[in-house]
Write a protein that binds this ligand. Structure first.
Ligand code: PFF
Length: 463
C-alpha cells in the first residue's frame, strides 16, 4: 500500500488505502470491547450523546490537525514538530505520544489476546462436542461457563501471557515486513465482512425477547444518570472518543506522513470518524439488547462483551461457527490497530534514533512485551493502563490543536487542507474556530476537572 513518491519516503498508494489504514487503526477493540462497557458503566444514552458531541466538535478537528502536521512534515511525531517548529519545545508532544503508545500497546495487546483465547475455545468446543452450536446448554449454563471461563482464564498466568506474546509477535511481524503491503488488501475484504457479521448479530440481538430495554438504555438519554458522577462520565466520554478515533498521540501524524499530497485530508478525517463512530454504535446495538434480554448487568465492566457475545451466539443456529468467525475478525480489527500504535514507536526509533526498521521493531516489542506481561499478572496495572488514555490522549490532543490554531501559519494549514488549492476549504473558518477556541478550552477545562477528581479520589481529605 505504501509506495515511493513523497521525496523517496513511502506513501499510501490510493485514496482507499489511506482510509482503509486510518479506519483500520481507528476501528478495533475500542469500538467493540471498550465502547459498550464504558457506555454501560456510564448510563448508556446520555453517555452516547456526549460522546457523539465530542467526536464531532473535538475529535474531527484533532484528527485533521494530526493529518496536517504529519503530511506537511513527512516525519514521525517527534521529528515532525522538530522540523516544523525548530528550536521550540513542541516536540515534547511527540515524546508524550510515544510514551502513550507504549502504555496503550501493552494493555491493548493483552485484550487482543483474550480474543484469540475465545477463538480457540470456539474451535475446541466445535471439535469436542462434534457440534456447531451450543444446543444442549441453556443460557445460564453458557453464561456461567463463559464468565467462569473468563475469570479463570484472565486470572490464570500462562494462557493470557502466551496469547499476548502471540499477538505481539503478529504485530511486530507485520510492522517489520511493511505494514504497508498487506493491510490494504486484507482490510478491503475483512472490514466489510466484520460489518456484515456485526449486522447479523444486531438482527439476532434486537429480536430477542426483552431487547427493547437495551435499545432504550442506549438511545434514550437519561440525564439523571449524569448527576451521579458527572465528571467521571464526561471525562470517560472524551477519553473514549480520543481512544476510539486513534487521536492525541501522533498515530495519525505518523499515518498522515504517508499520505500523498493530492489526497483530501478533511474528507479522509470525516470518513474515518464517521465509519469509526458507526461501528461503535452498531456494536452497542448488538450488545445492549442481549444484555437486557439475558439479565446481564450493563455495568459489568471490561468483561461485558466477553460474557454477552457468547450468550448471543448460543441463541443462534450454528452459534459456534458465528463465534469463530466473529472472534477471528475481531482479532484482525485489533491487529490493524496494534500495528498503527507500534508504527508510532518504530517510526520514532528509526527516524530519530537512526535505527534500522527491524532493530527498532524488535526493541519496541521487547519493551512493550515487558509492560504487557505486567498487565496480564496485575489487574491493578491493567486498570491503570486502561484508564490512562482518558487523560493522556486529551492532553496530547490539547497541544496538537493549540499548535495548529495558534502556532502554525494559516497559509500552511490551509494549503495542506486544500492540497495546494486542489480542494475547496469552505469549512476552514469553522475548523479554525474549533481548533483555536472550542477544542482547547473544552479539553483544558475537562482535563483540569479530571485531574482534580482523581486527586480527590486518591486523597479524600483534601476535598
Ligand atoms: N482506535 C483503536 C480502537 O478503537 O480499537 C485503539 C487505538 C489505536 C488507540 C491507535 C490509539 C491509537 F493510537
Amino acid at each position: 500500500m505504501l509506495q515511493g513518491g513523497n521525496g523517496g519516503r513511502d506513501s499510501f498508494s490510493s485514496k482507499f488505502g489511506v482510509i482503509a489504514a486510518a479506519a483500520g487503526s481507528a476501528i478495533g477493540l475500542g469500538n467493540i470491547w471498550r465502547f459498550p462497557y464504558v457506555a454501560g458503566e456510564n448510563g448508556g444514552g446520555a453517555f452516547l450523546l456526549i460522546y457523539l458531541l465530542f467526536v464531532a466538535a473535538i475529535g474531527i478537528p484533532v484528527m485533521m490537525s494530526e493529518f496536517v502536521i504529519g503530511r506537511s512534515a513527512q516525519l514521525n511525531p517527534v521529528g515532525a514538530f522538530k522540523k516544523i517548529a525548530p528550536g521550540k519545545k513542541w516536540h515534547l508532544i511527540g515524546i508524550l505520544g510515544v510514551v502513550s503508545a507504549f502504555i496503550i500497546l501493552a494493555f491493548y495487546t493483552v485484550v487482543a489476546g483474550w480474543t484469540l483465547e475465545y477463538l480457540v475455545q470456539s474451535v475446541k468446543w466445535m471439535l469436542l462436542s462434534n457440534k456447531i452450536g451450543f444446543s444442549e446448554m441453556d443460557n445460564e449454563a453458557v453464561r456461567g461457563f463463559f464468565s467462569n471461563h473468563y475469570e479463570t482464564f484472565v486470572s490464570g498466568i500462562w494462557r493470557p501471557i502466551i496469547w499476548f506474546v502471540v499477538m505481539m509477535f503478529f504485530t511486530g511481524y507485520i510492522v517489520i515486513s511493511g505494514v504497508k503491503n498487506g493491510i490494504e488488501k486484507y482490510a478491503k475484504i475483512l472490514m466489510p465482512i466484520l460489518l456484515v457479521l456485526l449486522l447479523i448479530l444486531v438482527i439476532r440481538s434486537v429480536t430477542l425477547d426483552g431487547a427493547r430495554d437495551g435499545l432504550v438504555f442506549l438511545f434514550k438519554p437519561d440525564f439523571s444518570t449524569i448527576k451521579e458522577a458527572p465528571v467521571k462520565i464526561i471525562i470517560e466520554a472524551l477519553g473514549q472518543a480520543f481512544f476510539s478515533l486513534s487521536i492525541g498521540m501522533g498515530t495519525l501524524i505518523t499515518y498522515g506522513s504517508y499520505i500523498r499530497k493530492k489526497e483530501n485530508l478533511a474528507n479522509t478525517a470525516v470518513s474515518v470518524a464517521v465509519a469509526d463512530t458507526f461501528i461503535a454504535v452498531i456494536a452497542g446495538v448488538a450488545i445492549f439488547p442481549a444484555v437486557f434480554a439475558f439479565g446481564i448487568d450493563p455495568g459489568e465492566g471490561p468483561e461485558l462483551v466477553y460474557i454477552t457475545l457468547p450468550v448471543i451466539f448460543q441463541s443462534m443456529a450454528g452459534g459456534l461457527i458465528w463465534a469463530f468467525m466473529f472472534f477471528l475478525l475481531l482479532c484482525f480489527a485489533a491487529i490493524t490497530s496494534t500495528i498503527s500504535v507500534l508504527e508510532v514507536i518504530v517510526a520514532y526509533f528509526s527516524e530519530q534514533l537512526n535505527m534500522s526498521r527491524r532493530k527498532a521493531t524488535i526493541l519496541a516489542m521487547i519493551s512493550v512485551g515487558f509492560l504487557g506481561i505486567i498487565c496480564t499478572v496485575s489487574s491493578e496495572v491493567f486498570s491503570l493502563f486502561n484508564a490512562s488514555p482518558d487523560l493522556m490522549l486529551p492532553l496530547g490532543g490539547f497541544f496538537i490543536v493549540v499548535f495548529i490554531g495558534w502556532f502554525l501559519s494559516k497559509e500552511k494549514s490551509r494549503s495542506e487542507l486544500s492540497s495546494n488549492g486542489a480542494y475547496r476549504t469552505r469549512f476552514y473558518r469553522l475548523f479554525m474556530f474549533l481548533v483555536k477556541f472550542v477544542a482547547p478550552l473544552a479539553i483544558a477545562f475537562l482535563f483540569a476537572l479530571g485531574v482534580y477528581s482523581k486527586v480527590i479520589s486518591l486523597f479524600p481529605g483534601i476535598g
